[in-house]
Design a protein around this ligand. Structure first.
Ligand SMILES: C[S@@+](CC[C@H](N)C(=O)[O-])C[C@H]1O[C@@H](n2cnc3c(N)ncnc32)[C@H](O)[C@@H]1O
Length: 226
């Protein structure tokens, strides 16, 4: 198991990586692509998202440049989006446009949400949560939800690590366009492991693999937290 100091350093490096990547992040993302091959891959995830019971007060963790924030704003009374990287929040503010939305630079592990939400959403964040913080992560999600509130998330399917050097012990080496190298957390939980981790914190849910490329999960907080 990783020592606390090593874990802190890894998380700091991960934050530096996302801060440095914010300006070019959207260039690497394919969600707005109209390439038919990519659309075939992405449409089932977009359909899954459209069917989610997103409502009311929404919290988004790790919003990045706001690719999903826009969609959350359209379906909520208010969306509050947080990210640890100020540069990501700046991009998200610029890209989301009008709507009932607020942004906050915050480390989800250090900031206990001041409110409870009807919906908590995160995309491509779970695979950056170190195994030693998994319980804490789901505890934060559960305590941010109202009774019967919904959590939903999308991420890369297990073992989709072709694009990076992945050491298999939960750490990946990423190289940015400027040549800088960064060690980040990259884990590969199975759907069953995620379902169990949610259940441990009083969230009943399901996790599915879509197109062999994505994980999509949805869960509901039970009436009383365990
Ligand atoms: C892979 S990106 C995904 C961004 C966005 N959700 C998307 O789907 O395009 C992961 C994001 O999570 C943020 N993040 C990582 N650790 C975080 C933490 N502890 N607290 C808040 N945000 C975090 C990163 O800064 C980054 O913007």
């Amino acid at each position: 198991m990783m020592e606390q100091r090593e874990l802190d350093q890894l998380l700091e490096q991960q934050t530096r990586y996302y801060r440095a990547r914010a300006g070019t992040y959207d260039r690497d993302m394919a969600w707005d692509s109209d390439d038919p091959r990519l659309r075939g891959l992405l449409v089932p995830v977009e359909d899954w998202f459209d069917d989610l019971p997103i409502r009311g007060q929404v919290l988004e963790l790790g919003c990045g440049t706001g690719a999903w924030t826009r969609r959350l704003v359209a379906r909520s009374d208010h969306a509050h989006a947080i990210d640890v990287a100020p540069e990501m929040i700046e991009q998200a503010r610029g890209s989301v446009g009008a709507g009932d939305v607020s942004f906050e630079v915050a480390d989800l592990y250090r900031s206990n949400p001041a409110a409870v939400y009807d919906t908590v959403f995160f995309s491509f964040l779970l695979t950056h949560v170190p195994p030693t913080l998994t319980s804490q992560f789901w505890q934060i999600v559960a305590s941010a939800l109202v009774e019967d509130g919904t959590v939903a998330f999308v991420d890369a399917a297990p073992h989709r690590h072709d694009e990076e050097e992945w050491s298999g012990d939960g750490v990946a080496l990423r190289t940015l366009r400027d040549g800088s190298e960064h060690r980040i957390v990259k884990v590969s939980p199975t759907p069953d492991q995620i379902v169990d981790a949610m259940a441990d914190q009083g969230i009943e849910g399901t996790v599915d693999v879509v197109n062999d490329a994505f994980l999509v999960g949805v869960g509901q907080r039970s009436a009383s937290l365990l």
